[in-house]
Ligand binder design. Structure first.
Ligand code: UDP
Length: 488
């Protein structure tokens, strides 16, 4: 007979907003399904602070701080996550995570002492391959959670492990694990991957760490079987360990924990009132995730294109590249003259500084499209609300998400790729008009988005026809419990 909280699960997310929050939601979901688990999420002190404030007060999740000092790893002082970190310093953050091995071992020993037994399993980030060896040494089952989609995860790992673009000079090439028809392009790889050599700091982290992650006992994926069946099939064939699709994990409250010092903060009520004053499917929502911004020139062209399209919009703005993204946003300097005032007076558009209640905005019926960098969380949120996307991938696996959304789901149109790309107001206007028009391509995309939304919502349904993701999660939890019984 199990007592409440009898089985301990230890979770180890990578240090980035888009990883911490899905881990928190996974913990919440497990708690809602079963009372036999105690869950501890471990991370560096400031990330734990974020998580504590993002967690709802009813959630009985435990948090453990792991000792970490960024300057020991050549990072700026008090840098504990990817936020505000230039791309060329991200490898240092990845490498620094291996210093968490010692405090993680200590934490497991503490749990063993307190509970009288080791955790029932570890669920660690795919990026933390090093956690597999720790789990094996304590004889604890280990699973990886990928906060990316199945297709995007596979493209990302296969590219880093195989560097297929290095053995050809062609612009188009295939990636091991994908069928011939899914050819990738050099422009879809970010510049460090494009130029990657086995000895540089990106490869020396990803190549071994991703290989270790392939030796775990299985992966959990924030996606939905019916929506990503193609990507899941490919991923399973490639990694050859079980993959459970347990999404969509949606944030309970948009970034409540991601408190930003200089956040002008937008009043949710004002935002909803503004959306209420617009017609169904008439507003474009623009946001580039938790840590990205665009260049000054791109910002200017985007603003002109938006204005020329005549469509209504909500735009989450941050200072352009080269400036501190947490600093004050100077509309007069970075946008066309009187842009903000003009948009406000005509009820055409609002600028939200730094951080918006994204999921609430996307779920409003006035929102007709989302211009997004295609981070997987934003993608899942858009799919689950049935909002078609205009994509502008910038980093990580975002370009592969964009490719999948266009080619497999027919749900998106790509505006451009990358933070350095040249983008013209005419193209901005054209793409916005195409996606937001009532008939033609826009209508077709909205239909597909509506179907995706239904599948996403069904996956989490808890009635006699239990949703696929819930079934998948329950199967996973049963496996952990049965493994535990065997080792007891
Ligand atoms: N987000 C938000 N408000 C913002 C920007 C982002 O609530 O103004 C949330 C968004 O809803 C999503 C997450 O932050 O849950 C961003 O994650 P994603 O994977 O899309 O991108 P990343 O931040 O990892 O690049």
């Amino acid at each position: 007979e199990s007592n409440s909280g009898d089985h301990h699960i230890l979770m180890l997310p990578f240090m980035a907003h888009g990883h911490l929050i899905p881990f928190l939601e996974l913990a919440n979901l497990i708690h809602r399904r079963s009372s036999v688990f105690t869950i501890t999420i471990a991370n560096t002190p400031s990330n734990i602070k974020y998580l504590r404030s993002a967690a709802s007060s009813e959630a009985k999740i435990h948090f453990a701080e792991l000792h970490f000092n960024s300057i020991d790893h050549g990072l700026p002082p008090n840098t504990e996550n990817t936020e505000n970190l230039p791309l060329d310093q991200i490898p240092a953050l990845f490498h620094s995570s291996t210093a968490l091995q010692h405090p993680v071992r200590q934490l497991i020993s503490d749990i063993v002492q307190k509970d009288g037994k080791p955790p029932v399993c570890i669920i660690s980030d795919v990026f933390f391959g090093w956690s597999v060896a720790i789990a094996r040494s304590f004889n604890i089952p280990i699973f990886n959670f990928t906060t990316c989609g199945a297709y995007g995860s596979l493209a990302y790992i296969s590219l880093w492990l195989n560097l297929p673009h290095q053995s050809t000079t062609a612009d188009e090439f295939s990636i091991p694990g994908f069928p011939e028809r899914c050819r990738f392009q050099r422009s879809q790889l970010h510049r460090f991957l494009r130029a990657a050599k086995a000895t540089d700091s990106w490869c020396t982290y990803f190549q071994p760490q991703l290989s270790y992650a392939l030796n775990s006992d299985g992966w959990l994926c924030n996606t939905v079987e019916e929506v990503e069946s193609f990507g899941l099939g490919l991923l399973r064939d490639y990694i050859k360990i079980p993959v459970w699709a347990i999404g969509p994990l949606l944030p309970q409250s948009s970034g409540r924990g991601w408190v930003k010092e200089n956040d002008s903060g937008v009043d949710l009520e004002n935002c909803m009132d503004w959306l209420n004053s617009h017609q169904r499917n008439s507003v474009l929502y623009i946001s580039f995730g938790s840590q990205n911004t665009i260049s000054e020139t791109q910002m200017m062209e985007l603003a002109h294109g938006l204005e020329e399209s005549g469509k209504a919009f909500i735009w989450v703005v941050r200072p352009p590249l080269g400036h501190d993204i947490k600093a004050e946003f100077k509309a007069h300097q970075w946008l066309p003259e009187q842009f903000e005032e003009r948009m406000k007076e005509t009820n055409r558009g609002i600028l939200i500084r730094n951080w918006a209640p994204q999921l609430e905005i996307l779920s409003h019926e006035s929102v007709g499209a989302f211009l997004s960098h295609c981070g997987w969380n934003s993608t899942v949120e858009s799919l689950s609300q049935g909002v078609p996307m205009i994509t502008w991938p910038m980093a990580a696996e975002q370009a592969y998400n964009s490719k999948m959304l266009m080619e497999e789901l027919g749900f998106a149109v790509e505006l451009t790729i990358g933070k350095e790309s040249e983008i013209k107001r005419g193209k901005v206007k054209e793409v916005i008009e195409m996606v937001m028009e009532e008939n033609g391509k826009g209508e077709e995309m909205r239909k597909k988005a509506g179907i995706a939304k239904e599948k996403m919502m069904n996956a989490m349904k808890d009635n006699e026809q239990k949703g696929l993701s819930l079934r998948s999660l329950e199967e996973f939890l049963e496996i952990i419990e049965s493994k535990k019984e065997k080792t007891n």
